[in-house]
Design a protein around this ligand. Structure first.
Ligand code: VAH
Length: 324
């Protein structure tokens, strides 16, 4: 039976991945970890949780020895916008944290999933149908750490035979957690603002096109990749992955089909606009489709309908705190 560690398990991806993995493998076989506790954690119902700072090898060693993991989903990271505000912190967490987890995985013989991002591309990367193998010259600290992380994971596979796997995620859209300081966060915030206030002030230009994905597809993609036959993987780390692409104006029009009175206005944040402008318009994800059968379910229309339905239920009937 699998024994899985998730770092960054209280974050946007981690919180939903933890739920999915516990359902698939049993909650006692999935250890969620982070440097902050989940808001509604109940040790009796939710399975084990560990305070684990990926910058502290002692925390990591203690967890590895306690649980004898065979798989690590390393999600602890600083995202693009926060990374530009705090570049040193982004380097520390995204590189030293990754190095510590790869070293632990090497010593304890674990497979490792590490997410990269469309942020690993820069202005000189072809923006339309961005190839799997192409120029990667990002000019954000986040992008530098993502490219370096991809290369470090490839090195640990080639040099030590470590089973490293990963994808380049587009903007991920979910409703379970607050956005985590990324450039694509507008595509998360817009839905709750539309439901609560019928309006949203967007920090990106109306025509800023980026790849996006609904969280259920991202979670399925991560698990499918980690369960894929390794002999079929040519690229292994940093597979381009996408499900849809849209602009703020286009997602606003889609929301208006459900909330006709919804209005969007624009107050551009030059820092996040510059980051978004350096990223692709849309990726070519054929390598993932060919090598391990990647196939998203949700397009923009399906995601908008599903997310608004579920988020409105959550807003109307907030979850009661779990019984102790
Ligand atoms: C960010 N949500 O905006 C992350 C992601 C592709 C975007 O890497 O930084």
């Amino acid at each position: 039976m699998k024994k899985i560690l998730i770092t960054g398990a209280v974050g946007q991806i981690g919180s939903e991945l933890a739920t999915a993995l516990k359902k698939r493998y049993g909650k006692e076989n999935v250890v969620a970890s982070d440097i902050r506790m989940p808001s509604d954690f109940n040790p009796r119902n939710d399975g084990p949780f560990e305070f684990l700072d990926c910058l502290d090898p002692h925390h990591i060693t203690r967890a590895m020895q306690m649980y004898n993991f065979d798989t690590i989903y390393h999600l602890a990271a600083i995202l693009s916008a926060v990374g530009e505000a705090k570049p040193n912190l982004a380097w520390q967490v995204n590189m030293y944290g990754l190095y510590n987890m790869l070293e632990a995985a090497r010593q304890y013989h674990c497979a490792v999933f590490v997410p990269s991002s469309i942020g690993a591309f820069g202005k000189s990367t072809p923006k339309d149908g961005t190839p799997q193998d192409t120029v990667q010259r990002p000019d954000t600290m986040y992008g530098v750490t993502k490219v370096a992380g991809e290369l470090l994971c490839d090195y640990y596979h080639k040099r030590f035979g470590l089973d490293t796997r990963g994808v380049r995620f587009p903007g991920l859209i979910s409703y379970q957690t607050e956005p985590g300081g990324g450039t694509t966060d507008y595509a998360v915030e817009i839905f709750s603002e539309a439901l609560k206030h019928k309006k949203y002030t967007c920090y990106l230009n109306a025509d800023t096109r980026m790849d996006m994905m609904y969280m259920p597809d991202a979670i399925k993609g991560m698990i499918d990749l980690m369960e894929a036959d390794p002999d079929g993987l040519i690229h292994r780390n940093a597979f381009n992955l996408t499900a849809m692409n849209f602009t703020p104006a286009e997602i606003a029009d889609e929301i208006k089909k459900h909330i006709p009175e919804f209005e969007i206005e624009y107050n551009v944040d030059p820092v996040r606009q510059a980051i978004a402008d350096s990223w692709p318009n849309y990726l070519d994800d054929s390598a993932a489709r060919n090598e391990w059968g990647w196939k998203p379910t949700f397009d923009m229309e399906m995601m908008t309908k599903d997310l608004l339905e579920k988020l409105s239920q959550k807003i109307e009937k907030p979850q009661k705190p779990k019984s102790r």
